[in-house]
Ligand binder design. Structure first.
Ligand code: ADP
Ligand code: NI
Length: 212
């Protein structure tokens, strides 16, 4: 089932933008397996969800948050996964995004905790920095504007609509992820990646002011 899912996702994401391409999926899958080493859970559900979680991003489907779970569910049914696990995978996909966590949280499970941590780890550290500027470039955002201060407590709607410079995204999301990690393993890995981003920001502001 895992092999079939890998093939399905690779095909589906052939032309995906680079923030959510196959390599993002592979990194989240690897992070998931790393966390599973110390966190007991249904590893099949975790791995399948890691593979399918970005199959259709609502951002690129007029905000439709049901399309990803629907495509994942149809596929899992076609390869014969039991319906209880299918529903579980769908629930996790619907509820694991950072956006969803800003709204009313409707569903919770150990497996959600693990895959959510695995996805969040890919949004911080060196890769998180690269992805943020890649996204900002795609959206034609400024990298930084000292006249536009970040808003640290954006609502779900405001978060979706913001057109602020990319540096603001560090305060609106990336630097907040360390304290949102669910699992012990996730927290430990997040600490190192968080410190790396703080170093980056310090260096960035120094260079902005024309320091050595
Ligand atoms: P995820 O795949 O983790 O659920 P998103 O779809 O929200 O996350 O974002 C994909 C990537 O783009 C992440 O690395 C995220 O930090 C980055 N990103 C999302 N929104 C912005 C933004 N407004 N500015 C810069 N980067 C962003
Ligand atoms: Ni993701």
């Amino acid at each position: 089932m895992i092999n079939k899912t890998v093939a399905f996702v690779q095909e589906k994401l052939k032309n995906a933008e680079s923030g959510h391409d196959w390599w993002h999926i592979q990194r989240v899958w690897n992070n998931t397996k790393l966390i599973l080493e110390t966190e007991p859970a249904d590893s099949l559900v975790c791995e399948l969800t890691a593979l399918l979680h970005d199959i259709a991003d609502s951002k690129f489907h007029d905000g439709d948050e049901s399309i990803g779970p629907r495509i994942a569910g149809d596929f899992l049914q076609s390869i014969g996964l039991d319906s209880e696990r299918i529903r579980h995978v769908q629930q996790i996909i619907l509820n694991m995004s950072f956006k969803a966590s800003l709204g009313e949280v409707m569903f919770h499970s150990k497996e959600l905790e693990i895959v959510q941590d695995a996805d969040r780890l890919d949004a911080i550290g060196a890769i998180g920095i690269a992805r943020a500027f890649q996204y900002g470039g795609y959206k034609n955002r400024e990298i930084y504007n000292p006249e536009i201060p970040p808003e640290e407590n954006l609502s779900k709607e405001a978060y979706k609509q913001t057109t602020a410079p990319t540096l603001n995204h560090f305060y609106e999301k990336l630097l907040r992820l360390k304290d949102k990690m669910n699992t012990e393993a996730g927290k430990q890995i997040a600490l190192g990646r968080h410190a790396y981003m703080e170093g980056f920001l310090q260096q960035f502001y120094g260079e902005w002011k024309g320091q050595r």
